[in-house]
Ligand binder design. Structure first.
Ligand SMILES: [Zn+2]
Length: 205
């Protein structure tokens, strides 16, 4: 158990169908970011690039989608934001607060949340993110890299781009064209960062 666990604030950002709570204070412009109760943007501050590991549950053939989504965010801000330090990481496929930022591919999911496509959990203290985990719902949804086999298959790179946005600290937004829109439709390719998404990152990082 890492030393910052005590007194940790806990925030779950839902991947698709559910909205996070609205911030109560506006002390700092949100720039598209989640804010804490004091109205401060919650982010990694200068602790980038984020050290990211990929769990063994994540199919190796889908790694290019993750790498491409990472590159898209990095190109938009002009900085190295993520570093994949390990892939095929063992251990139970049970996301938890363990001091490691992990991407999981889960074959089990809460029945009442079946519509959720993915979920990024962000752990933060004050206004600093200390850990974030991404879980992809592989129980209730199917994904593709290039050509959708059916109308309901989801473009994995687009989904991961959105979840990496949450990992960076971004909240959902309603503007047309943003990759942080709440839900990704079947066959929809949303793998380009909009000007608004880019402004968000540059504002904070
Ligand atoms: Zn989301």
């Amino acid at each position: 158990m890492s030393k910052w666990v005590k007194g940790l604030l806990y925030l779950v950002i839902f991947g698709s169908s559910l909205q996070a709570c609205s911030p109560k204070f506006k002390d700092q412009p949100d720039c598209g970011f989640q804010k804490n109760v004091y109205g401060e943007r919650v982010s990694w501050k200068d602790r980038i690039p984020i050290q990211l590991q990929v769990h063994s549950s994540f199919p190796a053939e889908y790694l290019p989608a993750l790498e491409s989504a990472i590159k898209t965010w990095e190109d938009s801000v002009g900085k190295k934001m993520f570093r994949i330090t390990a892939t095929n990481v063992g251990g139970a496929a049970e996301p938890r607060q363990d001091g490691t930022n992990l991407v999981y591919w889960l074959g089990t999911w809460e029945n009442e949340k079946a519509t959720e496509q993915a979920r990024t959990t962000v752990y933060y203290v004050g206004n600093e993110i200390r850990e974030a985990d991404i879980r992809v719902n592989a129980k209730n949804h199917k994904y593709y890299l290039y050509d959708p086999p059916t109308d309901t298959h989801l473009h994995l790179e687009s989904l991961l781009l959105h979840e990496l946005g949450h990992m960076l600290g971004l909240a959902h937004r309603a503007d047309a064209g943003t990759v942080m829109a709440t839900t990704l439709g079947g066959r929809t390719v949303r793998n380009k960062v909009s000007a608004k998404d880019q402004e968000s990152l540059i504002c904070e990082y």
